[in-house]
Design a protein around this ligand. Structure first.
Ligand SMILES: [Fe+2]
Length: 461
């Protein structure tokens, strides 16, 4: 799978357990959540044909079929093989085909060759899912409390792991469809878009420029507090001194990004990191991924088809390099992940997530026109969660005291802490129940196929 944040080793906290029901109630609750999760994956694939599910359009992209099988392999490998006495896989070769990068779990097939694997078929991958689900049903239904205590943390981890792959499945099929001159539609999105289009038409002047929200210097607790699930890279929680800074009230829009393009932003090296300038030229970037100039206007491919770029939507599918260059052009900078987390502290986790089924960033919120003294800071910050992952200028590295857990599940986060940048907040392809204020996603700076966007920050004026 992609390096996307994580399949992290982590634990369900003890604080969560006192709320568990005992006996069958606990099993029913665990299985209900498990099947809800698995069914949502299937629902995402509902409009896909088998031919769609086998294409790998670039090494970062995995075929839909692989996502379906790999997430299943996770439950088989880390739960069934461990907790079912004498468990024998029906097809042992799947362990090689559908292991992603867990060296401690055995050898694996090459990631960049996943699109060459025509067997098992999509139907067989779906049968594999059903078979493993049935084994999980049986195991949990017959487990005593002690065994459930052992299984539950891994089941919860597997659930979050599959949510990550649901997001990858969406961004991967977008990249696959974008290669097709017929521009297949993943979801029409008509209802939502038509309403929003009417809103835009009716209130063309309501959306003003972003403003900066000020934060004083403070020492704040960074990282997960141990209540509920978190990946291991979100800890240990520690104190961090964060100098005064200001954060933009909303993400950068397509309209604002077009101004950067039209000011020759892609041809002016003074805005770019050296590696970014080199990458941009090598890959011939002239705009965000999926953008095309058509009859003098910008259009882009979306999961609802090919359509004109809406200037009021947050810009997305930009690399770290582009985000950084835009910030330099604008005379400001990107936030650190610590500034972002501090700013998000009291912001409700709400926004445009995958459950909204828009599969695209929504137009930016109306710019706040009220003065700072009348409102809390968090009320001035819009779209912190959902819509687009926000690049930070923080390298993805371990928090003080971090140690990866032993064993295969300890491979998920720690070994990726090199040459990547942290992104915060989730996107329109993220599950609402998956994101946290402390969630650290990470990608290499040249990656553009996720729903990645830009929020600006600046030092005190
Ligand atoms: Fe994975």
């Amino acid at each position: 799978m992609s390096p996307a944040s994580v399949e992290a080793a982590t634990e369900t906290s003890a604080a969560e357990r006192p709320h568990l029901h005992s006996g069958s109630g606990r099993v029913e609750r665990l299985l209900a959540r498990f099947h809800q999760l698995r069914n949502f994956t299937d629902a995402l694939c509902a409009g896909l044909e088998p031919e769609d599910c086998v294409v790998q359009s670039m090494p970062d992209v995995s075929p839909t079929k692989w996502h379906l099988a790999h997430t299943t392999w996770f439950f088989e490998t880390f739960i069934l093989k461990k907790f079912v006495p004498g468990y024998r896989p029906e097809i042992p070769e799947y362990a090689y085909l559908f292991n992603s990068y867990y060296n401690a779990a055995g050898d694996m097939h090459r990631r960049d060759l996943r699109g060459l694997i025509s067997r098992p078929t999509v139907r067989e991958a779906q049968r594999y899912r059903a078979s493993i689900d049935s084994h999980i049903d049986t195991l949990l239904s017959n487990a005593d409390e002690k065994l459930l205590d052992e299984i539950e943390p891994i089941l919860v981890l597997g659930r979050h792991h599959e949510q990550q792959h649901q997001e990858l499945l969406i961004t991967d099929i977008k990249h696959v469809f974008a290669q097709n001159p017929l521009y297949p539609v993943f979801r029409s999105g008509r209802a939502r878009h038509s309403v929003r289009a009417e809103e835009r038409t009716a209130t063309p002047t309501r959306r003003g420029p972003y403003r900066f929200v000020d934060f004083e210097e403070a020492t704040v607790a960074i990282g997960h507090d141990g209540r509920g699930f978190a990946y291991d890279n979100e800890g240990p929680r520690h104190q961090a001194l964060i100098p005064a800074f200001s954060l933009a009230s909303r993400p950068v829009t397509n309209g604002e990004y077009i101004a950067f393009i039209e000011d020759n932003g892609y041809r002016r090296p003074e805005f770019w990191l050296s590696l970014g300038w080199m990458t941009m030229n090598e890959q011939c970037w002239q705009a965000p991924l999926y953008w095309t100039k058509h009859d003098g206007s910008w259009w882009h491919f979306t999961l609802s088809g090919f359509r004109p770029v809406d200037g009021s939507e947050p810009v997305t599918h930009v690399s770290y390099f582009e985000a950084d260059a835009y910030a330099n052009w604008a005379g400001v900078r990107l936030p650190t992940e610590f500034e972002w987390e501090r700013a998000a502290l009291d912001v409700p986790i709400d926004g445009n997530f995958v459950e909204d089924e828009l599969f695209h960033p929504a137009p930016t919120a109306v710019a706040s026109t009220v003065s700072a003294e009348k409102t809390a800071q968090n009320q001035d910050l819009h779209q912190m969660f959902g819509d687009v992952w926000e690049w930070t200028r923080s390298a993805y590295s371990p928090y003080p005291g971090y140690r990866a857990a032993p064993g295969a599940l300890g491979e998920y986060n720690g070994k990726f802490m090199c040459n990547q940048y942290v992104l915060r907040g989730g996107s329109c392809a993220t599950s609402r129940s998956h994101i946290r204020r402390t969630y650290r996603n990470f990608f290499q700076p040249e990656k553009r196929w996720q729903f990645t966007g830009i929020r600006l920050a600046r030092d005190p004026q």
